[in-house]
Design a protein around this ligand. Structure first.
Ligand code: ZN
Ligand code: FE
Length: 750
């Protein structure tokens, strides 16, 4: 007598080789039945002996395909139908597809072996892939994820590919981007008026040019990279000049982990992160000075090859450490369309390595690091997007528009929170365009009805995203204060809705309840009941408002105006430039000044006092400079940063910095004592507020907490449970998730 089970598997289970896997599992256990892709995941019916069913279920749970991400397996008893054999049934479509589009996957071990096997039909073919690997999100144009709905639709399958595509036991069964050199797309090299066709000649020439110190634009998975030899200072300098990128570090792609070890200090965790399925850029401590790659920075962003093309380039003799930076001018969004790339990069790249497969949407490389509290994603993009990061207690769909800097959007469907790729800063026209496209993209991909959508945006009345929220259709709109969204982003990752915490948001900038610029806030409360501001940084003024973020000395003028006995900072040892005087003038006349509690600007002030008196050339540069200065020296006594009433008073902190600087104390030590002071002040305040409110957990989020040294200083001092971001960034890239979380608990009709 046969038994039967009906099984539903949810999560990332489509387009990752799940059905062939189930097929093989059923066959090996001698079970009959069927499997199909349903609207909510994969549905399985199996029948056979009890013991075989048990081992089928055990193996299903124990060894799913590498790229699958299972969130739930529902198993129920069913009627045996006396089926003979096991079949993969065609997908049926009904209802909303809550099925997830898989993120793009790096080439798998088996494809890599075939790529370099002279006997294989896909030997050296740059578009090799299978159900365990290859592009997904960057080629899908609409759901369901079938070849006809991808950018591969232009290339009909030949006999070889078609046979594999249709064979349930083949690794390429329903691998939508399947192709071979006979039927699929190819690469070519363009340089001026010259065009070199053919994958191999093109790749070889590109490798030769790179070895010769030239700059090559290379089309990858989610966009173009600009590449050059990372160890050739002249080449990197040329790239900086042509790209108008003064000092911001470049990411480096290394051929192997061994190459990575030559360049940087790697822990087990960083190596695991480097090789993780998203293949992010991982920030690590450099042990060689690659001056032009990351000037005045002991950190290096490394990544491993992830596309077959990258492996082919290295095999063809490209330098083993390649600068691989987003192809754009300055901070514009990355180029991903061929004509646009040719046009925008014409003055930058010496040659273009162009692949024919179109990219459906721009997806940058992700950035991650191993921090004091474990791995954390700092830019969530390729390899992660558009995966769901968490579930939210919401029945209705929610669209959260994030912040204007480091924009991401979050769409909640059937309680699952999908986060878009990193969109960038909405000050750029191109970013605004891709912001709008990404919204349309996700909403239509998940077939959400605009009339059902609750829309959430930042409370900043002047944000581009706020203005856009007001234009969108939708049944309900709400605003969420920036720093509460930061705190909620951590709690959303933990799925802790009722948990009462002290949430601390140290940040660059964000619109506060009172219309001033916040960024040094303590809250008590929960996502469900809301967050009450219970303490904050003592207020200062910012002459020129947010524009002051470009000039540390301008921030300094605002913060130092609070200090009565301050020396002439234009003289030695400070040498502040004239901008400082002008800013002080604005402060004393009360002209164009804005109130702020931003800890980010406090860091800028300290950096200015220790020698960073020029304009910054990328966001967060002064604070990073200060962190690296402090990192070189041993721990030392913290400067005082006391609580006075409802405020943390920065005056004693800055007075100590000035005093020690004037008496000639080493600047690294001063920077270290400053970090320790911030940490000690934070911990003292957190402890007091926790005790008063009967709370045992502290949440940290906001851009300032990208500072690894600060986190270590806090961790060593605070006895309480500390929660930080991991899956989403502590910077504004995590705001949309926090907004969605708060909205999901404050729906008008849940
Ligand atoms: Zn593969
Ligand atoms: Fe922020």
């Amino acid at each position: 007598m046969n038994a039967a089970l009906s099984i539903r598997v949810r999560g990332v289970v489509q387009g990752v080789g799940f059905r062939p896997f189930v097929f093989r599992l059923a066959e090996t256990n001698g079970l009959t039945g069927w499997v199909l892709n349903g609207p909510e995941g994969v549905n399985i019916h199996v029948e056979g002996a009890e013991r075989a069913l048990d081992s089928f279920v055990a193996e299903l749970k124990a060894q799913p395909p590498p790229a699958a991400d299972i969130t739930a397996i529902d198993i129920s008893r069913s009627e045996a139908a006396g089926l003979s054999g096991f079949t993969i049934r065609e997908s049926r479509r009904n209802g909303h597809p809550s099925v997830r589009v898989s993120p793009d996957l790096p080439i798998c071990e088996m494809c890599l072996a075939e790529l370099f096997d002279p006997a294989d039909p896909r030997y050296l073919y740059p578009y090799i892939n299978c159900t365990n690997c290859g592009p997904r999100y960057t080629i899908v144009e609409r759901l369901p994820y079938d070849r006809g709905n991808t950018t591969m639709k232009r290339w009909p399958l030949d006999a070889l590919c078609a046979a594999q595509y249709q064979d349930p036991v083949d690794r390429r069964f329903h691998a939508q981007p399947v192709a071979c050199s006979n039927c699929g797309p190819h690469y070519r090299l363009e340089s001026g008026d010259e065009m070199l066709a053919g994958d191999l000649p093109a790749i070889k020439r590109a490798a030769t040019l790179l070895r010769a110190g030239q700059i090559v634009a290379i089309k990858g998975i989610g966009g173009y990279h600009l590449a050059c030899d990372a160890r050739n200072a002249g080449a990197v300098r040329t790239l900086r000049e042509r790209k108008y990128r003064k000092e911001k570090p470049f990411a480096v792609m290394v051929r192997t982990v061994a190459t990575a070890r030559e360049l940087a200090e790697l822990s087990k965790e960083t190596e695991a992160l480097l090789a993780s399925i998203a293949r992010p850029i991982v920030l690590v401590a450099a042990n060689t000075q690659l001056d032009e790659v990351a000037p005045e920075n002991q950190e290096l962003g490394l990544m491993l090859p992830y596309a077959p093309l990258h492996h082919l380039l290295f095999a063809a003799g490209a330098p083993e450490a390649l600068v691989m930076t987003s192809a754009n001018r300055s901070s514009e969004p990355i180029a991903f369309e061929d004509d646009d790339a040719r046009q925008r990069l014409s003055g930058i790249a010496d040659a273009f390595l162009i692949g024919e497969r179109p990219i459906a949407r721009r997806v940058d490389d992700s950035v991650a690091c191993v921090g004091a509290f474990g791995p954390v994603v700092l830019r969530r993009s390729r390899g992660y997007a558009p995966g769901a990061v968490t579930t939210l207690p919401s029945r209705r769909p929610i669209l959260a528009l994030g912040a204007d800097l480091k924009s991401t959007i979050t769409l909640v469907v059937n309680g699952q929170a999908f986060i878009s790729q990193h969109i960038g800063d909405l000050e750029h026209y191109e970013s605004r365009k891709s912001f709008r496209e990404t919204i349309q993209d996700l909403v239509s991909m998940y077939e959400v009805d605009w009339n059902d959508l609750a829309i959430v945006h930042d409370a900043h009345p002047q944000y581009v995203s706020t203005a856009y929220a007001l234009e969108l259709p939708g049944s309900y709109r709400s605003a969420v204060q920036h720093h509460r969204a930061h705190i909620a982003s951590v709690l959303a990752e933990k799925r802790a809705w009722e948990k009462r915490v002290i949430g601390i948001s140290f940040d660059g900038t964000g619109y506060g309840d009172d219309g001033t610029i916040w960024g040094g806030e303590f809250f008590a409360g929960s996502v469900a009941d809301g967050f009450e501001r219970v303490l904050h940084l003592k207020g200062a003024v910012l002459p020129g408002g947010d524009a002051a973020a470009q000039y540390p000395v301008q921030c300094a003028a605002g913060f130092l105006a609070e200090i009565d006995a301050r020396p002439d900072l234009t003289a030695a040892p400070f040498h502040f430039p004239p901008r400082y005087r002008k800013s002080l003038d604005l402060v004393s006349k009360g002209l164009r000044i804005f109130k702020t509690t931003s800890v980010g600007r406090l860091f800028d002030t300290a950096a200015a006092l220790l020698g960073f008196t020029r304009r910054i050339s990328f966001e967060g540069q002064a604070a990073m400079w200060l962190e690296h200065l402090a990192q070189r020296v041993a721990p030392c006594e913290p400067y005082p940063f006391p609580i006075v009433g409802q405020e943390l008073d920065f005056k004693p902190l800055l007075e100590s910095v000035i005093h020690d600087r004037m008496r000639g104390r080493e600047t690294g030590e001063i920077a270290r004592a400053f970090h320790a002071g911030i940490a000690q002040g934070l911990c003292g305040a957190a402890t007091v507020r926790c005790a008063e409110n009967g709370i045992d957990t502290v949440v940290l989020s906001g851009g300032v907490f990208q500072n690894g040294l600060l986190l270590r200083e806090i961790k060593s001092r605070l006895a309480m449970q500390i929660w930080t971001n991991g899956a989403v960034p502590p910077n504004d890239g995590g705001i949309s998730l926090g907004q969605a979380a708060i909205a999901s608990l404050s729906e008008p009709h849940a």
